[in-house]
Design a protein. Structure first.
Length: 311
């Protein structure tokens, strides 16, 4: 094979360019801290890195959902605790009625206190989280409970027509979702009981007793079936809190698992993507030496001709 001077120079220029490109790639890797900066650097590894980044992004989104839902459920639990406290006060007031030593004015004071507790119950169930009503089912834009103060001194609670018992769901892991809300409808309508009607009846009976109307029959009903229903509503609110607590615990455990998965995936990602700065710097210095050597070879290979001296 005949080797001409021009072919030697061409090959030398190509090799020198390759050396320069290798140095440029190493500089870029050191600057970015990443081994793969373009898909063409290593298509197989680049696809693996993109898949890992997507998995990390989705898992972090699941954790965001968990934080949001746990915050909602914790606020719901606090509200249910207030519901239980209000119902305990209502039951205490009912028991006071059974004590016949109260004067007429004292009984009216107990009635006023009872009405305030009923209104407080409605206000608690109109609690919101992030501008959304928590107890309205999937109707989160308007309060689920209407509080009506009648002219005769009684207080009435009504469920908003749009309030329902539909679940609000959130994805908290791959293929796993959680129902994170409790509705006022679920609280007031349980096991065939319409507790909201009993609360309204309670206000009516207390008003009768305070105003001396049908006192004996009102007391009998108040201390009998109404008290029993208030006990049932209280127990139901406690059971609901327990169920909610289980959901919170499940979500928090899943978040711990998600955090562990994110940590593992970031470890794998680091192995595939991150630059070993010490070794890469040594490689760069070696490449610089090769490049400098190729330039020196070029000065000997490409000899000046008479054309270089012509002006």
């Amino acid at each position: 094979m005949r080797i001409t001077n021009s072919s030697m120079i061409r090959n030398h220029m190509y090799d020198t360019q390759q050396n320069l490109q290798r140095m440029d790639n190493m500089n870029k890797q050191l600057d970015t801290g990443k081994v793969i900066n373009r898909i063409s650097d290593d298509p197989h590894k680049a696809i693996k890195i993109m898949n890992l980044n997507n998995e990390i992004k989705y898992t972090e989104k699941y954790n965001y959902n968990i934080d949001e839902t746990v915050g909602w459920m914790n606020n719901t639990d606090s509200s249910l605790e207030e519901v239980g406290r209000a119902l305990s006060d209502i039951k205490e007031s009912i028991l006071k009625v059974g004590n016949g030593t109260y004067s007429e004015n004292e009984m009216k004071a107990i009635n006023a206190e009872m009405n305030e507790k009923i209104k407080e119950l409605g206000e608690i169930l109109n609690a919101s989280h992030g501008g959304r009503y928590m107890f309205g089912g999937d109707s989160v834009d308007e309060p689920p409970v209407k509080i009506i103060e009648n002219a005769d001194g009684t207080v009435k609670l009504e469920l908003n027509a749009n309030a329902n018992s539909k679940d609000l769901k959130a994805d908290i892991s791959d293929g796993i979702s959680i129902d994170y809300n409790v509705s006022a409808k679920e609280i007031f309508e349980h096991d065939g009981k319409d507790y909201i009607s009993e609360i309204n009846n309670l206000s009516k009976l207390m008003n009768n007793i305070a105003n001396g109307t049908d006192v004996e029959n009102s007391k009998k009903e108040l201390l009998g079936s109404v008290k029993e229903d208030m006990d049932g509503l209280f127990n139901h609110s406690v059971e609901t809190r327990t169920t909610l607590g289980v959901r919170v615990s499940t979500a928090e455990k899943l978040k711990e698992l998600n955090d562990e998965n994110i940590l593992n995936m970031k470890g794998v990602l680091s192995l595939d993507q991150d630059v070993d700065h010490v070794n890469k710097f040594i490689e760069l210095k070696s490449a610089e030496m090769v490049y400098q050597a190729s330039i020196q070879v070029g000065t000997k290979l490409i000899q000046p001709t008479i054309l270089d001296y012509l002006r």
